[in-house]
Design a protein around this ligand. Structure first.
Ligand SMILES: [Zn+2]
Length: 249
């Protein structure tokens, strides 16, 4: 039985008994953990008010065997999730981040860079700017972290590079691109502008500052959403429940 300290985001809360809860945490140091928080529902507990969904906390927990829940012994609130005033879309954006973190990560499999991406996007969701780009950035980051980012540079069939050139369109199969040689007129799927592919590549490579400078028109926005939603659903094996709650306008 060892006592561990970690930086953690609360990604799921479930009632366990009259007074206790099971919390799922995404920690920087240990990846996902599930821990029993005894007395968490009492007003005066060792967790103060630090166990709200998407709160960032410093926690202490006792690691038990892999078959039983860890035991949370302390939690200190670092930062509460504060979606932009009155915006359900920013709030749901946070729920979506929690669902993806829970769905894509495993216990005892740390991803410190993903932890940073998650705290970044939650911070962005507290500003009143549209959540579109920060959410896209987070989705592409999580796919990259788990090794499931589609190759937006080459054809999924023959691996030849997809040149953006002077524009035009490219065929999409599920969440992947097909070059003009591999495209088939009767293929199930759709086409997207090469300009949209270029924007997706820029989002993948962007940092906090360059992300803000990316512009897209309405059609590109819809095409990119469709492509990234397909990639997320494909990697997760289902469509995320909270994705449908989001309104990217
Ligand atoms: Zn090809």
């Amino acid at each position: 039985l060892s006592s561990e300290k970690a930086n953690a985001l609360v990604i799921r809360l479930a009632d366990f008994s009259e007074s206790s809860r099971v919390v799922t945490l995404f920690t920087r140091e240990f990846g996902k953990i599930s821990a029993l928080a005894k007395g968490a529902k009492r007003l005066k507990s060792a967790f103060e008010s630090g166990l709200d969904l998407l709160s960032e906390c410093r926690v202490v927990f006792l690691h038990r065997s892999s078959t039983s829940l860890d035991l949370l012994t302390e939690s200190q609130l670092q930062r509460r999730f504060q979606p932009a005033d009155g915006s359900l879309n920013h709030l749901y954006g946070g729920y979506y981040v929690a669902e993806l973190l829970n769905g894509f990560t495993e216990e005892a499999d740390p991803h410190p860079e993903l932890y940073t991406s998650a705290t970044d996007v939650l911070r962005e969701l507290s500003s009143s700017e549209s959540p579109l780009l920060p959410i896209l950035k987070f989705e592409l980051s999580i796919l990259h972290e788990i090794g499931q980012l589609p190759d937006f540079d080459s054809c999924t069939n023959c691996q030849s590079p997809i040149e953006i050139g002077s524009g035009g369109r490219v065929q999409v199969f599920r969440d992947s691109l097909l070059c003009s040689d591999c495209s088939q007129p009767n293929y199930e799927g759709q086409q997207i502008q090469l300009g949209s592919v270029a924007i997706v590549r820029r989002i993948v490579q962007s940092n906090h500052d360059t992300l803000k400078r990316i512009n897209m028109n309405k059609e590109q926005q819809q095409e990119i959403r469709r492509l990234v939603s397909a990639a997320i659903s494909h990697a997760l094996g289902r469509r995320p429940k909270t994705l449908g709650m989001l309104n990217f306008r």
